[in-house]
Design a binder for this molecule. Structure first.
Ligand SMILES: [Zn+2]
Length: 246
């Protein structure tokens, strides 16, 4: 199985400036699944040779634009320019149904294209036959945000999405072959709903992941020597355009 990082950036500045790209990542195994396709997913994915028509599903863990902007364009790709009903879309409740003000990502047209549209409910699971998503709690300012542990091809891939470090999170992601952790700021900061570098490292270590990788880096990471942290802590930061094996 492979993970292809179309983009490793997150947050409002990277969303606009694309200092680090915001295309999310693609899991390639028995199923090809695009996770959190923010702005640039379609274009930078194309540069990497990833064909939207070949993907089996799209996951949007919450409706913030750096996770969801290109989702509807990818749905058109996945469904043969919108003419072939196929694939799945798993989204947070607000992404699919909308929040109390009606904000959402999936409009009624794009919601009608995939074969399955599923709301990811923390604590629940989504069985797709070739793969099972175990939906995990996230504490973020989009209150229906979720993370997941994906079981596919005998491997467990964990992805936290945007969340604070909450009590019990190590158990939620225990025993992953690869754990992908989002960290928007390197240091402790006033923004709740995110992990800083040290929390992300602690989670990778405490959950006993075989491999851990940090992504969804905010603009402040531009000033940080990532190699030095990688060497000291034995973890990795994802790089735009890279593919890693699991
Ligand atoms: Zn977010």
């Amino acid at each position: 199985m492979k993970i292809r990082f179309v983009g490793t950036g997150g947050g409002r500045i990277n969303l606009v400036e694309q200092k680090k790209r915001t295309g999310g990542f693609v899991i390639e195994g028995s199923l090809k699944i695009w996770v959190d396709p923010g702005p640039g997913a379609l274009v930078y994915g194309k540069e990497m040779g990833i064909k939207p028509s070949k993907i089996d599903g799209i996951v949007v863990t919450h409706y913030h634009l750096d996770h969801s902007n290109d989702a509807c364009a990818l749905i058109e790709g996945m469904t043969g320019y919108g003419f072939k009903k196929r694939g799945f879309f798993i989204g947070s409740k607000y992404s699919v149904d909308g929040d109390e003000k009606g904000n959402r990502i999936l409009d009624t047209f794009h919601g009608s294209l995939p074969e399955k549209v599923i709301i990811g409910e923390p604590g629940g699971s989504v069985d797709l036959g070739k793969a099972v998503f175990h939906i995990k709690k996230a504490v973020h300012d989009e209150s229906t945000t979720f993370g997941f542990v994906l079981e596919m091809d005998g491997k467990r891939i964990g992805y936290t999405s945007d969340t604070e470090y909450y009590q019990g999170i190590e158990g939620a992601y225990a025993g992953c072959d690869l754990l992908i952790v989002n960290s928007i700021k390197p240091k402790i900061n006033i923004y709740k709903g995110h992990m800083h570098t040290q929390e992300a490292i602690t989670l990778i270590k405490e959950s006993k992941a075989k491999k851990g990788i940090i992504t969804h880096l905010g603009y402040e990471y531009e000033k940080v020597n990532l190699e030095k942290i990688e060497e000291k802590e034995g973890i990795r930061f994802a790089k735009d355009g890279e593919t890693i094996g699991v």
